[in-house]
Design a protein around this ligand. Structure first.
Ligand code: HEC
Length: 127
């Protein structure tokens, strides 16, 4: 199964759904919060030691592009020369789910409400 996922790099994104967002959120907790922080603010427990540091998704422009496909590509290839490793070992569907979740976190910092973000207990903080 893993080998099939690896060659399907250009596969089309699945449609956004609550189930996919839930999956993305869960996968983010497991794989990403250590560096990116729960809300993607770049303040995970491991972030202080990183160079370069992860972006605050909600506030900072994305260096690798902020379209769904760009984020999927970042996850698949990583960002060479930074602590952001590739997550190509995750199932393709999980990478799309994560890409949707990253966009959700990005949107949560703007004034746009995160419409599908039913699983989050605390409302997005404004500074
Ligand atoms: C070991 C720490 C670490 C982990 C774990 C990690 N990241 Fe990253 N990530 C980084 C760093 C550092 C950068 C910034 C790289 C740079 O400066 O371009 C980054 C960059 C990114 C970017 C690109 C942001 C931009 O500016 O374009 C995305 C998207 C991203 N990470 C998503 C994730 C997701 C989703 C996960 C979990 C599957 C994850 N990362 C796990 C450290 C990490």
């Amino acid at each position: 199964m893993l080998s099939t996922a690896l060659v399907l790099f250009v596969a089309a994104a699945p449609a956004k759904s609550q189930a996919l967002l839930d999956k993305g959120k869960a996968a983010f907790q497991i794989n990403c919060v250590a560096c990116h922080g729960e809300k993607g603010a770049g303040d995970g427990p491991g972030a202080a030691a990183l160079n370069p540091k992860p972006r605050n998704y909600a506030k900072d422009p994305f260096k690798q592009g902020d379209k769904l496909e760009d984020i999927f590509a970042t996850l698949t290839k990583g960002v060479p020369g930074t602590p952001m490793v590739a997550f190509a070992h995750l199932a393709e569907e999980d990478r799309w789910a994560l890409a949707y979740w990253v966009l959700e976190l990005k949107g949560a910092g703007n004034d746009k409400p995160a419409v599908l973000d039913a699983g989050t207990k605390t409302p997005p903080k404004k500074k």
